[in-house]
Design a protein around this ligand. Sequence first.
Ligand code: TRP
Ligand code: ZN
Length: 474
Amino acid sequence: MTIPRLRGAALATAGLLAAGALVAPGPASAAPGNPGAPRFSPGAPSIGDLYFPDQGNGGYDVQHYDLDFSYDPATRFMDATATITARATQDLDQFNLDFRGPEISSLTVNGKKNDFTRDGQELIVTPRPKPKTGQMFTVVVKYAGIPGPVTDPDGSIEGWIPTDDGAFVVGEPQGTPAWLPSNDTPTDKATFRFTAKVPEGLTAVGNGQLLSQQTTDGWTTYVWDNTEPMATYLATITIGRFVVTESVTPSGVPSYVAIDPRLVTGSANAVSQIPKMMEFFTGLFGPYPFASTGAIVDYAPQVGYALETQTKPIFSNTASVGTMAHEIAHQWYGNSVSPERWKDIWLNEGFATYGQWMYTEYNGGATVQATFNSSSNYGRAASSSFWQIVLADPGPMDMFSSIPYNRGAMTLHALRGKVGEETFLRILRQWAEIHKYSHAATTDFIGLAERESGQDLTAFFDVWLFQKGKPTSW
Ligand code: TRP
Ligand code: ZN
């Protein structure tokens, strides 16, 4: 799904041209001297992200994912039908999806049985008849078997992670193809619907709003509707035994909170502050971008991190107040505005961490300035390895280290000092508004900060984002 940008449209076009130039033109089937005729070629097998070279594909733009499946935690067996609705962005004689899931029993394009091959994460489809530029097409993939986790370069796991009572489902940065054939890039957002059938007594919790819940013959089917564009890495349909609490925030946003019974007591404080966080961040960042909120607190201690899954952040153990604030802040920065490339990860983690610092101050804890100064932040010695990584391109091993989080937040705090309180808040709000439901890169942020402040910030961003070493003047 492509959301038109209010500004930066010229940049977006330039990006498309550059990406297209990387793709070797396929054999043209148009007759010479007939420029209007279709020129079919394969869509690119990758989006060109250097951190995860297999991720994403070209030639089409997904509008909607519909996944209808059953899952039995006792056998870990999934039986699924995925329906992907996409628009061709070129005359296509072949395209790829990203998929690492279980065995495919059939694949159709526009209702016709279709050949496909699999090669690692690539599911390669040769549609007949071939979609032409601008045409919508529908791919239906039926598959069944045991989905599993994906391991990242930094050793962390995501994807489909079985738990003692279900499955913990997260996808950042590359886990969603473990269970859903998809265009796994934050630059192709889509709406999602999950229909999940699980043994009675278990709950399947997905992004967005619960449309229905029905039990027959010992199985309960949950239908979840995520109505705003979402990056694939933010999808979840987590399954387990949960205590569910539904409510509405003071601003009227429906909230659905599911907590593993073992973690209810320990997570009560964090969960009870969701409404206050929603109000605080709405006041600071602008309108909340989604139709619902909530949280999933599951017991998957082998995962060891929380994730800002869209509309409902997910925790792999007891939720803390600080992490809850971080994940709620991500709904604006990370989820509605996603990184164009993974090297831009500080735009996610620095912003969410800064939101967390601001909430801590608002909530009567340490001031943002004190947090900035502390020994885990600016107080780190200049000799620390913490300063030896380039924030604007930390590499896949440091995507989720303290570099994008803490140095990212410090960069925003330094910017606040540089441009002043009012301009800084305007920059934060504009960032959320201009790139709502879309994606953006570090250069877009620098451009916005310079426009809003009227300052040349080259030297500022150079020391904070592009150079190694502890910034001493800016
Ligand atoms: N983005 C998550 C957060 O900040 C953290 C996260 C996602 C993560 N994937 C990860 C951390 C992999 C370590 C490893 O809440
Ligand atoms: Zn984060």
